[in-house]
Ligand binder design. Structure first.
Ligand SMILES: [Zn+2]
Length: 101
């Protein structure tokens, strides 16, 4: 069976490639606001991270997101992203995986 092409994205922290839907997109909007893009459809410059707390910590610690988004994250942005990343561990923010279709 021919495999269908699955779009892959690279995690800015661990550099591994994964299917887009297994990643979280962080976007810098044209107005400079940085946030998690849960729909994957927001316009702006995007960066991807695995759904793993370690990757979020690494990305924030190494300023990998700042570099990928070509901006400087504000303290508030960092706090929000740290919280989001930490929540991956507890499953609070885990978005429901859509395995159908
Ligand atoms: Zn990663």
């Amino acid at each position: 069976m021919p495999q269908r092409h699955i779009p892959q994205r690279t995690c800015v922290a661990c550099r591994s490639e994964r299917p887009k839907r297994e990643m979280v997109r962080i976007v810098r909007a044209p107005d400079g606001a940085v946030g998690v893009d849960s729909t994957g459809k927001r316009s702006g410059r995007g960066a991807y991270l695995c759904l793993q707390p370690a990757c979020w910590q690494t990305a924030l610690k190494r300023h990998a997101l700042d570099k990928a988004l070509k901006t400087e994250l504000s303290a508030a942005d960092r706090e929000a992203l740290t919280a989001f990343g930490a929540a991956q561990a507890t499953g609070v923010v885990g978005d429901e995986r859509q395995e159908r279709g």
